[in-house]
Write a protein that binds this ligand. Structure first.
Ligand SMILES: [Zn+2]
Ligand SMILES: [Zn+2]
Ligand SMILES: [Zn+2]
Ligand SMILES: [Zn+2]
Length: 129
């Protein structure tokens, strides 16, 4: 089949992204306006019947897998890396991994304890005391 090199195309006014061969635009538009809708958040064209699914999969707030708190999807990585009370951090004294929420209490205790240790060589003994 030969494709005419200068076939004119039209941009569909509904989905606004695709250059549709002019002879097909009516058909496309009818189909497009019936089946697609524009996501109000990301602007993607989403099949109407999957709009909710698209929202849930792409934009809905998600529960943090660590603390179960619901956070916006965009901040989840930051939340887990810096804000989540259940994220695992390491004690700056003994390098023991523990949830951030327990860190200050632990370090208060651990800091006082390891004051007396030579951290470079005796950390291990100090932890296991
Ligand atoms: Zn369209
Ligand atoms: Zn979207
Ligand atoms: Zn969290
Ligand atoms: Zn410690």
């Amino acid at each position: 089949m030969e494709i005419p090199s200068e076939m004119s195309t039209v941009v569909c006014s509904h989905c606004n992204v695709r250059a549709i061969p002019a002879p097909n635009i009516d058909l496309h538009y009818a189909h497009c306006s019936r089946n697609l809708e524009k996501c109000t958040i990301c602007g993607d064209m989403v099949p109407r019947k999957h709009a909710e699914e698209h929202y849930m999969n792409t934009h809905a707030p998600v529960a943090c897998s660590l603390c179960r708190e619901t956070v916006e999807r965009e901040v989840l990585a930051h939340h887990k890396g810096a804000n989540c009370p259940q994220r695992i951090v390491t004690c700056e004294y003994c390098e023991f991994p523990l949830p951030a929420v327990d860190l200050s209490k632990h370090q208060e205790f651990c800091g006082n304890r390891t004051e007396f240790c030579d951290l470079a060589t005796n950390t291990f003994d100090c932890v296991n005391e």
